[in-house]
Design a protein around this ligand. Structure first.
Ligand SMILES: CC(C)(COP(=O)(O)OP(=O)(O)OC[C@H]1O[C@@H](n2cnc3c(N)ncnc32)[C@H](O)[C@@H]1O)[C@@H](O)C(=O)NCCC(=O)NCCS
Ligand SMILES: Nc1ncnc2c1ncn2[C@@H]1O[C@H](COP(=O)(O)OP(=O)(O)OP(=O)(O)O)[C@@H](O)[C@H]1O
Length: 202
């Protein structure tokens, strides 16, 4: 099984690349933020620990996590973010490692894990190679404003918590440029997958 780690800054197009790999290259995919969301549901130990630390203000009327409230606590405060990360990330990794084992048992050929934080969490040790999805910041800002209604200050806060472009480039074996039409992105992916497949056949 080939394991690819997909990373890059907020709004760079990681999810879009992941969806394409699932649809067109039959990849089994895993999104770390979806795993984190599962673990943050009420009744889970992570949920209880978050409420104990941040208070009932982060619980909405349905008794679930109010993500916007929690966002207000952590993206502006390094210590609070570190606390949240230390609570969630080891459990996310445990879940993903288990998923990888299951996919190996099913003889899956291509497994792709996606997160903005793969480098911080040392997923390079787990992946055969890491891909950096690169899109210029100005394009990411425009896309995020249109698609998610993010404001510049929300985007600033998230970017401030993520790796710089030079770190992403240094730590990833492949950079996929996604600032243009997605057809151009696909062409780069196809080329890279072919190289990887030839490597794995040897
Ligand atoms: C603070 C939370 C509740 C805000 O939720 P919300 O739905 O508003 O935003 P969402 O989760 O979609 O995050 C928005 C973007 O912020 C970035 N981001 C999220 N968590 C982090 C983090 N811990 N560090 C740096 N960037 C992050 C990602 O690029 C993400 O796409 C949420 O981001 C969270 O619980 N984060 C901690 C868990 C985590 O690290 N998840 C990401 C991968 S494991
Ligand atoms: N090549 C492209 N051309 C036009 N729009 C794009 C392209 N790639 C991605 N987008 C759009 O940009 C937005 C952000 O993309 P996406 O959600 O895939 O980013 P992401 O890196 O997964 O974000 P996050 O870090 O928040 O998880 C989406 O609305 C997506 O449709």
């Amino acid at each position: 099984m080939i394991i690819i780690g997909i990373t890059g800054g907020v709004g760079s197009g990681k999810s879009m690349v992941l969806r394409y790999l699932e649809r067109e290259h039959s990849a089994a995919i895993c999104k770390a933020d979806e795993v984190a969301k599962l673990l943050q549901q009420s009744g889970q130990p992570v949920f209880e620990a978050m409420v104990e630390h941040f208070g009932l203000g982060i619980v909405n009327e349905s008794g679930e996590l109010d993500r916007e409230q929690l966002r207000g606590f952590v993206f502006e405060d390094e210590q609070e973010m570190q606390f949240l990360n230390s609570l969630i990330h080891p459990k996310v990794k445990e879940y993903i490692l288990h998923e990888i084992e299951q996919q190996k048992n099913r003889h899956t050929k291509l497994f792709v894990v996606e997160a903005a934080l793969l480098i911080e969490e040392n997923y390079d040790a787990v992946c055969d190679e890491m891909w950096y999805i690169h899109t210029d910041e100005s394009i990411r800002r425009n896309r995020l404003k249109v698609s998610r209604g993010y404001t510049d200050s929300q985007i600033d806060a998230i970017i401030g918590k993520q790796q710089t472009e030079s770190v992403f480039r240094a730590k990833c074996q492949t950079t996929i440029e996604n600032g243009g039409d997605f057809e151009e992105t696909k062409a780069q992916i196809i080329e890279r997958i072919q190289i990887l497949e030839r490597k794995m056949e040897k």
